[in-house]
Design a binder for this molecule. Structure first.
Ligand code: TNX
Length: 514
């Protein structure tokens, strides 16, 4: 009798009774639709991942999934190829032409007791769907060492696709240099929230971080310090290409930014001939954080040769469609010089087969409809972009800047735009942010992190998490699926997952962390 009393709860714990339903999982970003059924699928020794045969890319994605599942489960799940999506007890990744409504990044994930099917129209959709599958497993799946199971996934169907085509994070590697390994880690983290762009702010007054072979001192001299000093650093073109490929394998596009005509002290110090007055003052490397004092000499022809060389080399390293040219806070460039400069730079970018992105001030110039303005501060600039028929990336500093302090006690960050607690980072809507700018004008959203006060990965992750997942949800989930109180509860259940991922996040008091 006593044995059967012990057995009953054991049996119960193997059913779905104790597992959360699929619809109760802390999925971030919230999918378009989740239909839960009442059972579970369990990963075990028999689980294999079947990639649709004849497609290397699907096989690579399947391997990526196996690499996510194997460390914590210790299961040694193998990737196999098969046309037969009916093999039971396994995970199947399949591209389908039948369902084009899923778009480039959408997916349909069906979890049944007998197996898991992930369908997408494009490989990127399979990759995004895998992020959902990860989050449907216990948080310990994210650990890098073997954990005790069981590894159950609640059954049901998720059908999902993004609201916005551009969902980005920006990392300022100019104020403080971040290594290739650091940037790869950031790519891994943003990928897990279905973001698809990493914008690298590669140059600023304090540092130039990308090798330009035709102007070598930019990196070797201009990249030799950081805010506050230190040795700085830069990416060789080979290292940069490695980053581009790494990002691409997670269906993330890198958007490189060279900021101009302002924010150029590191270039002006490396090549004094780029200044209007070469001798007086001859700029030195700069380690402070004041902005707006530097400018390329817009009246010199050499400046345009410089821009053309830099953009040409950068375009050759960039499979993505965009080159970001900055254009912000050019306080010592007279407007009558700034406008023709940006117009000419826009032509240069186009001549190398790319589209220009610039911070919102570039709307003072004449934007081509293929150019994109990144809204950060001024509503009138966002309105001007819309009027000119250029698209917008929404990065309102008051809500989306991850370098803003959470509150006055935050150990890192600035607060010139606002203190940004989690509710305020989440509770804004791109399509109603600026009057005269509507959904159709908006390409997407981006969360920038400027690094004047952020010198290492611990600081970076503390500032980005957990605000970045909220921004990712703004970019991915339909407006109707977004609700702060409900998001807050999901985030609370998500804390253990971030911990398992090794993220030292800010434990905001606004959230009950489970
Ligand atoms: C403004 S936002 C800047 C950056 C600073 C940032 C600090 C923008 C386009 N320019 O140069 O790093 O504030 O928050």
């Amino acid at each position: 009798i006593s044995a059967s009393i012990v057995l009953i709860p054991l049996i119960l714990s193997c059913s779905s009774e104790n597992s959360p339903k699929l619809s109760e999982q802390s999925l971030i970003p919230m999918p378009v639709s989740v239909t839960a059924t009442d059972s579970v699928f369990e990963l075990d020794e028999n689980t294999a991942i079947y990639a649709q045969s004849g497609n290397e890319e699907v096989k690579n994605i399947a391997q990526y999934l196996a690499d996510r599942l194997n460390p914590a489960t210790g299961l040694d799940i193998e990737v196999k190829t098969a046309n037969d999506a009916s093999v039971a007890g396994s995970i199947h990744l399949t591209l389908t032409d039948a369902d084009t409504t899923l778009g480039d990044e959408g997916y349909e994930l069906t979890i049944a007791t007998s197996g898991i099917k992930l369908l997408a129209h494009q490989p990127a959709g399979l990759f995004r769907g895998i992020q959902t599958l990860r989050q449907a497993l216990p948080a310990a799946i994210e650990k890098s060492e073997k954990q005790s199971g069981p590894w159950r996934i609640p059954t049901g169907t998720v059908r999902d696709y993004p609201e916005y085509a551009y969902r980005g994070a920006m990392l300022d590697v100019a104020r403080h240099f971040f290594s290739v390994e650091d940037v790869k880690r950031y790519i891994d983290l943003i990928a897990s929230y279905k973001m698809n762009v990493l914008h690298l702010h590669l140059s600023d007054d304090q540092g130039w971080r990308i090798e330009i072979k035709s102007w070598p001192k930019l990196a070797t001299y201009g990249g030799s310090t950081n805010v506050g000093g230190g040795k700085g650093g830069y990416y060789t073109q080979e290292q940069y290409s490695d980053l581009v490929n790494y990002a691409q394998s997670q269906y993330i596009t890198i958007v490189p930014e060279i900021d101009m005509p302002g924010h150029t002290n590191s270039a002006l110090a490396s090549y004094p001939e780029l200044n209007c007055n070469e001798k007086d003052p001859n700029p030195k490397l700069y380690e402070g954080i004041e902005v707006g004092f530097s400018t390329l000499c817009t009246s010199k022809e050499l400046t345009y040769k410089f821009v053309d060389d830099v953009v040409r080399e950068l375009a050759a390293l960039t499979p993505g469609p965009y080159i970001h040219v900055g254009g912000d806070e050019s306080h010592v460039t007279p407007m009558e010089e700034y406008i023709p400069f940006i117009n000419r730079v826009q032509d240069i970018v186009q001549s190398h087969g790319k589209h220009m992105i610039g911070w919102d001030e570039v709307t003072n110039a004449s934007l081509k409809p293929t150019s994109v303005a990144q809204y950060w501060a001024k509503a009138e600039y966002a309105q001007s972009a819309a009027k000119q028929g250029a698209k917008l990336i929404m990065s309102p500093a008051k809500y989306a800047y991850l370098d803003m302090q959470y509150d006055s006690t935050s150990k890192y960050g600035l607060h010139w735009a606002a203190y940004i607690e989690l509710d305020s980072a989440y509770n804004w809507e791109p399509s109603t942010m600026v009057s005269g700018v509507s959904r159709k004008d908006i390409l997407g959203v981006e969360a920038p992190i400027w690094t004047e006060t952020i010198a290492d990965m611990d600081a970076l992750e503390y500032m980005a998490f957990p605000r970045l997942p909220g921004l990712a949800e703004i970019g991915w989930s339909p407006k109707s699926a977004r609700d702060w109180t409900q998001y807050r509860d999901r985030l609370g259940k998500h804390g253990k997952r971030m911990e398992a991922m090794g993220i030292g996040y800010y434990p905001s008091k606004q959230v009950v962390w489970e």
